[in-house]
Write a protein that binds this ligand. Sequence first.
Ligand SMILES: *Cc1c(COP(=O)(O)O)cnc(C)c1O
Length: 381
Amino acid sequence: MNFELTYQSRIAEYLHIDAEQVSLYWKGRVALYTMLKAMGVGPGDEVVLPAFTCVVVPNAILYLGAIPVYVDINPDTLCCNVAHIEQALSPKTKVILIQNMLGLSVEVSEIIALAKAQGIYTIEDCTHGFGGKHQGVFNGLRSDASFFSSQWNKPFSTGIGGMLVVNNRDLLESVNHLHSNLIKPSAKDQFILFMLIWARTYLLKGFTYWTFLRMYRWLSKKGLVVGSSSASELEGINMPKDYVKGMSTVQCRAGIKALNTIDQVISQRKKSGMSVHEWLTIQGKTSVPTEHLAQHAFLKYPILVTDRELFLRQAEKERIPLGDWFISPLHPVSDSLEPWGLEVSNFPNAVYISKHIVNLPLDLPVHRLINFLELYKNEII
Ligand SMILES: *Cc1c(COP(=O)(O)O)cnc(C)c1O
């Protein structure tokens, strides 16, 4: 059995698209890099993106010699509004990146219409948004292309992994060409990944989430496991060697398996997400605007807290595995963002949110989550 072809067609079936539109990569960032390159992005070109993202996103742009142009987010949705994107455009803009933050899609059709009118490409960052819909269409199917991630924390996991969906068929040939030149994952890559997936599935049952997380972070810092990012990706803007890698069989097999249960997983998250949403609304706390939630697949539920460190410690005590993602406008870089050309004083919303955000897991019994929130509600903004 050719696992890559099978996985590719399973994804296509799920999204109701053709298998030839789907291609697979070692990580989501490699799918993005490939797409930008296929669109002809190069030195001097500008790519518009949110000032609230993962650092690996501007990295993919900078590796091509292009210029990331950041746009502040709307603090209610954590996404960019079309009006702000419009102000960031210039004759050099080649691509607009539209990110579904924590799975939420906002003003996507409007942004795409704006881009089309000016001959600009659009790519959706659907790394959080697999399985969610916006105005009745799956995330990632309206733009010229979209990329997805199947890293540990994403909608479904293959350990690490990424995929690209190309909707603009004029781009398929160059994507296929680049895809055929990807580096093949080594036997060692595959073995380490296999062990990690195994460890995550079986050891996690014996250890607590926090012990496992600390162990994983320590090992990846030492370079002993395939971490989600290498040190060089977090320290600067030079492309690591072996960056443009394809997907391995181990990942394809994990992906095929994960897709079998994705609908159940999403429906559980939606139910929990809506319960949390209702609770926050009743308390008068910051919550995601209800009008966007109809077909939202809820990867996590973001909340703002006054003192994040304290809140995370309390969560650990109560055994609630809170996520501390987006602790900086370019997660997880906590020092200067200058190498990435992001001047923090221009993006007050992203700075404020990244100081106060934590995200709630939606795959545990929702009453535990609500009990925890009740206990510490005075610390929620
Ligand atoms: C995780 C993530 C990525 C990158 O995905 P990888 O598969 O880890 O490369 C890109 N954008 C956002 C917003 C992410 O959270």
